[in-house]
Write a protein that binds this ligand. Sequence first.
Ligand SMILES: Cc1cc2nc3c(=O)[nH]c(=O)nc-3n(C[C@H](O)[C@H](O)[C@H](O)COP(=O)(O)OP(=O)(O)OC[C@H]3O[C@@H](n4cnc5c(N)ncnc54)[C@H](O)[C@@H]3O)c2cc1C
Length: 415
Amino acid sequence: MPQLGFTPAVGDHAFTPKQRELLSVARELGTTKFAPRAAKWDEEASFPFANYDDLRGAGFLALCVPKEHGGLGADYATYMMVAAEIGRYCGATALTYNMHICSTMWTGVLADGIPMTEAQRAEHAKRRELHFARVVNDGAIYAQPFSEGSAAAAGRAPFGTTARKVDGGWVVNGRKIFASLSGAADYYGVLCTEDKGDQHPDARDTLYLAVPAKSEGFSISGEWDPLGMRGTVSRNLLFKDVFVADDEQLMPRGVYFKGAQTWPAMFFTLAPTYLGIANAAYDFTVQYLRGEVPGEPPVKRRMYPTKQVAVAQMRIQLEQMRAIFLRAVMEAKPNPSRDERMRLYAAHYTVMEGANDIARLAIRTCGGQSMMKHLPLERLYRDSRCGSLMLPWTAELVLDRMGREALYEPGEKDE
Ligand SMILES: Cc1cc2nc3c(=O)[nH]c(=O)nc-3n(C[C@H](O)[C@H](O)[C@H](O)COP(=O)(O)OP(=O)(O)OC[C@H]3O[C@@H](n4cnc5c(N)ncnc54)[C@H](O)[C@@H]3O)c2cc1C
């Protein structure tokens, strides 16, 4: 079996031949296309359209579309490995790619593990064909706008965006914030609450609908000038009496809520981007201290013991991140045990906070000249800070969940 000629961002592993092949493509695209372009999207806060053309050309937009529907048929673990590799070269591309891929993975391999009635399963099988075909045949891009600036995206309240049943479809009203791929996506996979007219919105009535970008009543607004992840172009979306046909349902009624409970690892898909960024900060530091950064004076700084210690510390943290990341990826499944769930939270936290730790150490040890704008390190530092902010598993909310779940049995309360 041919071996990889490089160590992937997730570290060494007994990769399958297909994983090796996909990782090699990701690496090739990353080194030749994504890394050289990354500064441009960051400077302009513009969407990496050229990278999406390359992803489309490689068939990667359909990475998780099952083979029988014309896709590359990658499973959860394979996606997580490939995504980390992409994140190593362009964080904004990897993060937005995650939003797109989840639309196909949740409706594909993850939905297969969510309990459904026979009727729901049949409805889902028919509808997802439409979405898969759009991605495979037309190269369509899907976004994943959940956040509303309320407790909903944290899973603590029903979504304020509503969908009312009408003949042949739904009428959607509401507002989303932080919608990565805004203006770039062809479809927006919106989570909203079914409006049953009884004034009692219930999270169990969450609907997952694909709103076509050309829909009447749909608009994008707001400034986008953030600290990091600038190429994600995550602006606000407004839905004003937007009609969406029945076939745009990405999951049957009520299934999303069950899915989120059954498959907690679905939220871990935000992490590989940041594992990739941590790798990039480490890679750069080694290159810089060896005096091998192209275009920079060949000044070696590696002979100072403090630098060697800093690189050792970075490598230790990177190995810890890779190890717990891969463990959580390999054991991701429906209905994980309590230990597996705790490990999943721990892996998410470790990657999201660790990426910024490594980027911080990288700047400290490489020094002042390394944080100039023409080098990637200061962008990696800014991008790495964003991982812990992402709902539903922000660093704070992971701590909150882990502490509670460690100290309370399900249903247990204090007197
Ligand atoms: C680069 C980037 C891209 C993004 N892309 C998308 C996207 O494509 N789609 C999408 O849906 N969202 C996206 N988001 C949004 C993200 O997931 C969060 O929704 C957003 O960052 C929340 O910001 P906020 O200020 O409204 O947080 P707030 O809701 O004000 O929360 C602030 C902090 O308080 C804590 N907190 C929140 N709720 C609770 C609670 N109930 N209990 C205890 N603590 C709590 C959390 O730690 C949270 O970080 C993106 C964010 C970033 C930074």
